[in-house]
Design a protein around this ligand. Structure first.
Ligand code: SF4
Length: 231
């Protein structure tokens, strides 16, 4: 894919979603880290419902360690995998207190060593909380990148991230991450992407394939519909 096409994709997404942003509610790096950890295999909407109460009750790593694990589990039970996540949160809080003075470290290399914090979470935290450009590849970013040909169909999540970092200017990484997520969440959905009205259809391999398939289906339906006899 050439640079002009990449530019066209980025500009189109910007015009469609100029206000794209992190949809996980948080007021500091620690809350963001907990929210992203909770968001694995769960919608941001559900996480926000849970953290509305959670962040009122627990404001520091020490607060999460001051309650039994079972109590924390109950506080986040509406979230999938809540038992594992509760364990990760308490283990993470212990390390934050013992090694980082109760703060979330700013280095990506340090973040990924925390329990429950993978590469994607670390990218979200460094970019949103500490202003370091990063592209976190979640399910939307991976799907959209592959459909548009910004990455290969067989690319791993890490390969998708590397290709995006190579193609997108560094100072646009963080905003591009948000815009692709909005594009995938509200327009190019996993099921029924809005191809017929998509401004990127002319350059999208997946969209063209889908439009062709639906045209073939329509043609077949038309040819199999019995013709009415005109008297
Ligand atoms: S044409 Fe369809 S598949 Fe391609 S980016 Fe647009 S909505 Fe997504």
């Amino acid at each position: 894919m050439n640079a002009a096409t990449v530019r066209h994709i980025l500009d189109t997404m910007e015009s469609m979603f100029p206000d794209a942003h992190c949809e996980l509610n948080h007021s500091n790096a620690f809350e963001l880290t907990v929210a992203v950890l909770l968001s694995a295999q769960c919608t941001d909407e559900t996480v926000n419902k849970v953290t509305a109460d959670l962040f009122r009750k627990y404001t520091s790593p020490a607060d999460y360690l001051a309650v039994p694990l079972e109590e924390l589990e109950q506080d986040i039970r509406r979230i999938g995998l809540y038992r594992n996540k509760a364990k990760h949160i308490q283990n993470m809080c212990r390390i934050l207190i013992e090694q980082y003075g109760g703060d979330v470290p700013q280095e990506h290399d340090q973040l990924v060593t925390l329990p429950g914090v993978g590469r994607k979470t670390a990218n979200v935290v460094v970019s949103n909380a500490f202003g370091v450009p990063a592209i976190a590849v979640d399910t939307h970013v991976e799907r959209v990148s592959k459909r548009l040909g910004l990455a290969g169909w067989d690319d791993s999540v890490l390969e998708v991230e590397k290709k995006l970092m190579k193609r997108v200017p560094r100072d646009e990484w963080t905003l591009t991450h948000h815009r692709i997520i909005f594009f995938g969440r509200y327009h190019c959905k996993a099921q029924n992407p809005a191809c017929p009205i998509c401004p990127l259809l002319d350059i999208c391999r997946e969209g063209k394939k889908r439009m062709k398939t639906s045209q073939i289906r329509k043609d077949k339906e038309r040819s199999s519909t019995p013709k009415r006899k005109i008297n």
